[in-house]
Ligand binder design. Structure first.
Ligand code: PTT
Ligand code: SF4
Length: 611
């Protein structure tokens, strides 16, 4: 095979064994890479009902067939596992040198199981892989530990690692890289911690072989040039994702006070324009010419890299209107290895619980010192509140009782990312049906929904749009693992990707085929959830948070707005119908057959009757 190396590294930490194996070409043709490989491996190899924090869980690091080539934004990989936060499929996409170096080791993925006896890290250097002692790294924050590893293995090594939160298995601990890249929101960092695995280091020595290297180089050059010529390019380089603060405020979708409101009185103070005046430098992922990580000095004088989600969740959502202080919370999350989105939700949940007298902590809205303290308590699972909140808002609310579940903002246990949906039924559906819980990455339809005339309409076109985006973003981009920003932010056309793929692999796949790949991956991820939840699975798992239905906005231009349950249910049904899923949200036998998943359907029938 060209483009694909055709090799996985398999690591058993319990036995300290590392073996390289060739995988069948059919896997590449049907699942392509990244998320596709991850879900197929989890489906085939993870024992059903496995404890996500037990040694049997698999941690999968998977690149795609475009990863590492000199084409736009190809420096990303997917990290996946059964999630300890949701109990279902979990993954994240990280832009990191580790992606490029993984491929330079002539590997497409690493599959890690077992549990090391003592704190360890994995080093893959060219063809050599070994598990080493990480005794002196354990306990260090993610920045310090990465610095040490780079000193040891060279500054060009690629590192994925966890901070103290991953070590103590906080359910929303994430995997960090390069001081400001992070991925695996649904607790991929906790899975690493449960395996006693502090870090994975890659350092390769061979370029991945392409089917037509000359053609790929030419396409790459042309594509980089085209990106810089896009009309929005200069603005993007200045603000990156931070422009979204102003846009959300204007459209009343900026999460505020634990998603009670969609507007924040101090939005200007945390906006992209405010940030522009503070930026000291920029940072990005490998192979990218539209880098979007904006770095400022935070309130403590240290560097912090800002993104929209981080600032909204640790700013307006907790009532904090000071960008430099928000930046401290953001940096602390990176150092500790906590997912910023879930951290912002968890802080807001705790503030509201305290306000209602359900939780005995001294932290109020906008309380920067209190929030910083609480983040540390959570990361180290210190004290009663730290321990409780380390479980994520779904479980913390269940344990607290007293109606706390009414203000726990999540879907399937994953805390919502930063879009208030009191009047965005389409975006609410996107959160409801996202394959990892409430994350925006698969179907960010909110911009389309608002720009096409925003009404409380529950029309099937919205379900169609969610599916269209899920195919492109959640399917094609997550399997190729390249960044979707050139397309979604600058309008870099999708038909570049089949061309890149053909030059890299020699395999011709049309866009339509790449979208079908998305459907296949979605059906299998859904099967995974249903298998793991068994009798507890129901369509209610696809509902967005109760607050958006039951507690109308109290201020701003959309005062009084809220979602309608009946309308949402109609929209969800339209979504199921279009996908060929039954009224429980489970793919039918026919839907599985159409996607070439007959065998998987038969396996699923052991757990649930299919229609
Ligand atoms: C992503 C999620 C996001 S989505 C953000 S900001 W965003 C948060 N970033 C965090 C962070 O930072 N530190 C931290 N401790 N926790 C964080 N949690 C949050 O994680 C990211 C960019 C961004 S910035 C986005 S939207 C796009 N995401 C892509 C994607 O998902 N797939 C893809 N093919 N391309 C993408 N391009 C963009 O990449 P998760 P990154 Mg990320 C510091 O990880 O788990 O997917 O959650 O990866 O390298 O940081 O790039 O406004
Ligand atoms: Fe990374 Fe941003 Fe470039 Fe995407 S646009 S590859 S997230 S730096």
């Amino acid at each position: 095979m060209k483009g694909w190396s055709g090799r996985f590294l398999r690591v058993d930490l319990s036995k300290e064994k590392c073996i390289v194996e060739e995988y069948p070409a059919d896997l590449a043709m049907r699942f392509v890479g990244g998320r596709g490989f991850a879900v197929k491996l989890l489906w085939d190899e993870l024992p059903p009902g496995a404890d996500p924090l037990g040694p049997e869980n698999l941690l999968i690091i998977a690149a795609g067939p475009l990863t590492g080539y000199a084409i736009p934004s190809s420096g990303k990989l997917v990290i996946a596992s059964k999630s300890p936060l949701t109990g279902g499929y979990g993954d994240g996409n990280v832009g990191t040198r580790a992606a490029v170096q993984l491929r330079r080791c002539r590997l497409d993925a690493v599959v890690i199981k077992g549990r090391a006896e003592k704190p360890s890290y994995l080093v893959v250097e060219g063809d050599r892989a070994e598990v080493r002692d990480a005794g002196d790294l354990w306990g260090l924050d993610a920045f310090k530990a990465e610095d040490r590893l780079l000193e040891e293995h060279g500054r060009d090594a690629g590192v994925l690692l966890i901070g103290p939160a991953g070590e103590s298995q906080v359910r929303f601990a994430t995997v960090v890289s390069q001081r400001g890249r992070a991925g695996g929101r649904p607790g991929m960092g906790a899975v690493m911690g449960s395996k006693n695995l502090k870090a994975v280091v890659f350092k390769g020595d061979e370029e991945p072989e392409a089917a037509d290297p000359q053609k790929l180089r030419e396409l790459g050059r042309e594509a980089y040039r085209e990106i810089t010529e896009k009309p929005n390019y200069e603005f993007w380089r200045r603000q990156g994702t931070m422009a979204t603060i102003e846009w959300c405020q204007e459209n009343s979708t900026l999460p505020t006070y634990n998603f009670r409101e969609g507007v924040f009185d101090e939005a200007d103070a945390i906006s992209g324009s405010t940030m522009e005046r503070m930026v000291i430098k920029q940072r990005g992922c490998p192979n990218c010419n539209m880098i979007c990580g904006n770095i400022i000095y935070d309130h403590e004088g240290l560097e912090s890299e800002l993104d929209y989600e981080n600032v909204a969740m640790l700013g307006s959502n907790i009532g904090l209107g000071d960008l430099k202080k928000v930046a401290v919370l953001n940096r602390v999350c990176d150092e500790l290895g906590l997912d910023t989105i879930s951290a912002g939700n968890t802080l807001a949940f705790a503030m509201e619980a305290a306000e209602r007298g359900l939780l005995d902590i001294d932290v109020t809205w906008g309380d920067y010192e209190g929030a910083t303290r609480l983040l540390e308590d959570v990361a180290y699972r210190r004290g009663e509140a730290g321990e409780l909140l380390s479980l994520g808002v779904r479980e913390a609310a269940e344990r607290l009782g007293g109606g706390a579940s009414d203000f726990a903002i999540h879907v399937k246990g994953l805390e919502c990312s930063a879009y208030d949906c009191h009047l965005c039924p389409g975006m609410a559906l996107s959160f409801g049906t996202s394959p990892i819980g409430a994350h925006h990455k698969d179907a960010w339809v909110i911009s389309w929904e608002i720009s096409t005339g925003r009404r409380a309409e529950y029309i099937p076109e919205k379900a169609d749009k969610v599916i269209e985006f899920q195919r492109i973003r959640g399917g094609m981009f997550e399997c190729l693992t390249t960044c979707r920003f050139p397309w979604i932010e600058l309008g870099f056309e999708l038909d570049w990707y089949p061309r890149f793929l053909e030059a890299a692999t020699g395999v011709s796949m049309s866009l339509e085929e790449l979208f079908t790949l998305g459907d296949r991956v979605y059906a299998l991820i859904r099967a995974f959830w249903v298998r793991e939840y068994g009798g507890e699975w129901s369509r209610r798992m696809d509902y967005p948070p109760r607050r958006w239905f039951e507690e109308p906005l109290t201020k701003g231009p959309l005062k009084g707005a809220h979602l309608e349950l009946e309308g949402y249910d109609k929209l969800l049904q339209a979504y199921y119908d279009k996908r060929g899923w039954d009224e429980r949200g489970i793919p039918t036998r026919e839907a599985f057959r159409r996607l070439g998943l007959e065998r998987e359907a038969r396996q699923l029938e052991r757990f649930v009757k299919l229609h």
